[in-house]
Write a protein that binds this ligand. Structure first.
Ligand code: C2E
Ligand code: CA
Ligand code: CA
Ligand code: CA
Length: 287
């Protein structure tokens, strides 16, 4: 997703006179979009692979661009990170995800998603006010910390040392931390010792081609080995493992066989607006 995002951003700015100008233009556009409330939080269900029940959601930001329609985060999150606008955007997503999840819990009780997972950029994590922002978002929306998961990438956690303090503060407050895109970094294993993670998310790149593939069995076997190592490690350390990017039943089947309980992907459910999710929860309650 990161790679695709970069490419898409280049596409977006290409055709403009100079990269610097384009960068500034996109920065200005993002600020305007924030003021015009053009950002919307979508939710992708995280499912129990055994029961096919919804257990939680991941909050994924979208940009409702007046001319371009729905723009995916790969096209603007990198720019928001560079310009620093990610701070404000991140606070908005966090607050909105907490508010919406608290509302679902109030309306649907035990049938509501039990948690919402919010993506956190390195830059947010390094801001000294971040832990305070999280506490405020929870306090103001009435969501209790056990319903919030923060998804962090290895690179975000690795850079800087005041981060460790922030992570332990959040963990102490009862917020759960997930290591996102697990297995793609260089120090996944050593990081887990120092990091109070509760969840690891097996990166989509290890789920791709996990199903039976006669064309390239060696690559399939390598992915299977990583997927198996991650679930075993999670078990040994008492962590939950979530497999992301499940696109077909054969992959889900493989993951179940390896011991995965939780999964996320287009095959299970697409990211959707809050309104769509509310419809889904209403249907499920009737069923
Ligand atoms: P991510 O955290 O790895 O999120 C998962 C991405 O995979 C999402 O893309 C999701 O729509 C997509 N996805 C889910 N299931 C499947 C599948 O079965 N197949 C495929 N091909 N893709 C699947 P999305 O929504 O475009 O987000 C891209 C990235 O943008 C995210 O990757 C995350 O790094 C970032 N992002 C999204 N929302 C936020 C946010 O609020 N804050 C920050 N800092 N980053 C965000
Ligand atoms: Ca994520
Ligand atoms: Ca991920
Ligand atoms: Ca990913």
């Amino acid at each position: 997703a990161k790679q695709r995002g970069k490419a898409a951003y280049v596409r977006f700015v290409s055709g403009m006179a100079q990269p610097v100008t384009a960068h500034m233009r996109l920065g200005g556009e993002l600020r305007r979009a924030l003021e015009n409330r053009e950002f919307e939080v979508f939710y992708q269900p995280i499912m129990d692979l055994g029961t096919n029940k919804l257990v939680g959601t991941e909050a994924l930001v979208r940009w409702n661009h007046p001319e371009r329609g729905l723009v995916s985060p790969g096209e603007f999150v990198p720019a928001a990170e560079r310009t620093g606008l990610i701070m404000e955007l991140g606070r908005y997503v966090l607050r909105e995800a907490c508010r919406q999840t608290a509302a679902w819990l109030a309306e649907f009780g035990p049938d509501a998603p039990r948690h919402v997972a919010v993506n956190v950029s390195a830059r947010q994590l390094h801001d000294p006010g971040f832990v305070g922002d999280v506490r405020d978002a929870l306090g103001d929306t009435g969501l209790t910390p056990d319903h919030l998961v923060l998804e962090l990438t290895e690179s975000a956690v690795l850079r800087g040392n005041q981060v460790s303090r922030a992570l332990h503060d959040l963990d102490g407050a009862g917020v759960r931390l997930a290591l996102d895109d697990f297995g793609t970094g260089e120090s996944s294993l050593s990081l887990l010792r120092a990091f109070p993670a509760a969840i690891v998310k097996l990166d989509k790149s290890f789920v791709d081609g996990l199903e039976f593939d006669e064309v390239d069995p060696a690559r399939r076997d390598a992915r299977q080995a990583v997927a198996r190592a991650v679930i075993q490690l999670a078990g040994a350390l008492g962590l939950e493992a979530v497999a992301e990017g499940i696109e077909n039943e054969a992959q889900a089947e493989q993951l179940r066989a390896l011991g995965y309980v939780y999964g996320q992907g287009y095959h299970l459910a697409m990211p959707m607006s809050a309104g769509k999710m509310t419809d889904l929860l209403t249907e499920q309650r009737r069923a």
